[in-house]
Design a protein around this ligand. Structure first.
Ligand SMILES: Nc1ncnc2c1ncn2[C@@H]1O[C@H](COP(=O)(O)OP(=O)(O)OP(=O)(O)O)[C@@H](O)[C@H]1O
Length: 226
């Protein structure tokens, strides 16, 4: 799959929250979006998912213009800020309910993901009693459980303990080998360097740098040499 933004500008009132964004994102890669608070990282994710429409320019997903040809990319899994779950249901019940909408995720898949993220799927604990990290992990699982081709994660490592950070890294690395297109934001440079193939740096709504992550390149070279 390919997502292409061309001259994308979004104004809200007098502020340009994104300005003249030109970028091309392809399957089999993990893109890390970095920048200071308020620089436009979340807006960037909203742009490529069709959640904000441009004042100028466009975004195409496999050649189809968002907001014209299609409303949202199909095959999209997404974690944006606070995922909305139902407080008086358990985590497992919430995921089962979401899974029913598309009917592609089996109960065993949900159980598998809850297990690897160390969430007890049998517990009677309701979502509103979950800790911050537990809520975050449930949000991550709903974004990846349907095996979508495009996976968008806003600050996925927030609130995760060390073990869960390791688990998430492994899960995302596996998804990359399955040719998914993954875009994530992070405040933690280490997360980006360890995981992402490309770093997109945003400042004041503009892209000020797109570079290949050398560490990933080295890994690829080592793999080729081996
Ligand atoms: N609904 C809105 N109306 C007007 N301006 C908005 C709105 N939502 C966000 N903004 C502005 O858009 C800019 C980019 O916000 P965005 O949420 O993308 O930042 P961010 O880089 O994700 O920040 P953080 O690291 O704090 O999450 C900010 O200046 C913010 O104030």
């Amino acid at each position: 799959m390919k997502i292409e933004a061309t001259s994308f500008t979004k104004s809200i009132g007098k502020i340009k929250v994104l300005e003249n964004i030109n970028v091309s994102l392809e399957s089999g890669n993990i893109y890390g979006v970095v920048g200071r608070n308020g620089s436009g990282k979340t807006m960037f994710l909203r742009m490529i998912t069709g959640l904000i429409l441009p004042t100028n320019g466009e975004v195409k997903v496999d050649g189809r213009v968002l907001g014209k040809d299609i409303s949202f990319p199909d095959k999209l899994g997404i974690l944006l800020e606070k995922p909305s779950f139902i407080g008086h249901l358990t985590g497992y019940e919430n995921l089962k309910m979401l899974a029913k909408i598309r009917n592609v995720t089996k109960s065993e898949d949900i159980q598998y993901f809850m297990n690897i993220f160390d969430l007890d799927w049998k517990t009677k604990k309701k979502f509103n009693k979950y800790s911050l990290g537990m809520k975050q992990k449930l949000g991550i699982i709903q974004a990846i459980m349907e095996n979508q081709q495009i996976i968008i994660l806003d600050e996925p490592f927030n609130a995760l303990d060390e073990t869960s950070v390791g688990t998430l890294r492994k899960v995302l690395e596996k998804l990359r080998t399955e040719q998914k297109l993954i875009v994530m934001t992070s405040h933690n440079k280490e997360d980006i360097q360890l995981l992402c193939d490309h770093t997109i740096t945003i400042s004041e709504g503009k892209i000020i740098g797109v570079h290949k992550n050398l560490e990933q390149e080295n890994d690829l070279m080592t793999a080729k040499d081996a």
